[in-house]
Design a binder for this molecule. Structure first.
Ligand SMILES: *[C@@H]1O[C@H](CO)[C@@H](O)[C@H](O)[C@H]1NC(C)=O
Ligand SMILES: *[C@@H]1O[C@H](CO)[C@@H](O)[C@H](O)[C@H]1NC(C)=O
Ligand SMILES: *[C@@H]1O[C@H](CO)[C@@H](O)[C@H](O)[C@H]1NC(C)=O
Length: 232
């Protein structure tokens, strides 16, 4: 979007006869009529989530790919809300009449937030790896263990909607990226104890949007469903 803006500013500059001063960093456009404001762009250097040395090369590769896909899901979801506001059919379906800032915020925290210490590890440090993975909870509130089972069962985002999957009927953890989104909201740094479980199944999430929009905007499963449906 930023690129688009710069291009349209450049085109506007080319097609006007009025005096125009363009500098690479700061664009000052002096023409009559309406023009977009220009201002220094925010810093966007994103530092990825740390991965613990207990992850071997293969696990690390898969985690990096899946976390990259989580960011992709979050970015598209935030972009959808920024572009269409709080009245799009999809927004109302999942978030009811709630205002949109909190929704955008939860997604953008995943993309631009401080990720230091939000650690993913592969060792069975708490002895709980009989499952796909787990949040370390009281043992380390910003840490997540992704156990061996995840690497063989979670699907890549490219497979979305394959094998008869639909957002409404499929399991939220089918795709590694959506599963990691959920796990990230469990961490204190990302979820702040506010992004939580308020409703679980697809039907319950849609009901929450109608009955309690204020909870829907911070319901982890709702945030996952919405992001998957925007992406699908
Ligand atoms: C925290 O560690 C203990 C063992 O050290 C374990 O029994 C417990 O399940 C762990 N908690 C979580 C949430 O994994
Ligand atoms: C990496 O860990 C996985 C378990 O998640 C194991 O199956 C695999 O053999 C390990 N790979 C290497 C190269 O050690
Ligand atoms: C939003 O919906 C809730 C219930 O779904 C209702 O109680 C509330 O009055 C509505 N708020 C607005 C501003 O329409």
């Amino acid at each position: 979007m930023r690129t688009q803006f710069l291009i349209s500013a450049a085109l506007a500059a080319l097609t006007t006869a009025s005096p125009v001063l363009i500098n690479r960093q700061l664009t000052t456009v002096t023409i009559s009529g309406t023009t977009p404001t220009s201002y220094p762009q925010p810093v966007t250097s994103i530092r990825g989530f740390p991965i613990h040395s207990s992850c071997n090369g293969t696990e690390r590769n898969q985690l990096e790919k899946a976390l990259g896909d989580t960011i992709k899901l979050a970015r598209q979801a935030a972009q959808h809300v920024l572009s269409h506001g709080s009245t799009s059919e999809l927004y109302v379906k999942y978030f009811g009449n709630a205002s949109s800032a909190e929704v955008v915020g939860w997604y953008e925290k995943l993309v631009y937030g401080d990720h230091e210490g939000v650690l993913f590890r592969c060792d069975d440090v708490d002895g709980n790896c009989q499952q796909e993975g787990h949040w370390r909870g009281e043992n380390a509130t910003d840490e997540t263990v992704i156990c061996p089972l995840s690497y063989t069962t979670r699907q890549p985002l490219e497979a979305l909607c394959g094998n008869g999957y639909t957002v409404a009927t499929g399991k939220l953890a089918t795709y590694f990226a959506a599963d990691l989104m959920h796990r990230l909201y469990h961490t204190t740094k990302i979820g702040e104890g506010a992004a939580e479980h308020y409703a679980d199944s697809y039907a319950e999430c849609l009901e929450l949007a109608e009955k309690n929009p204020a909870e829907a905007v911070r319901n982890t499963h709702t945030l996952q469903y919405f992001a998957l449906e925007v992406y699908a």
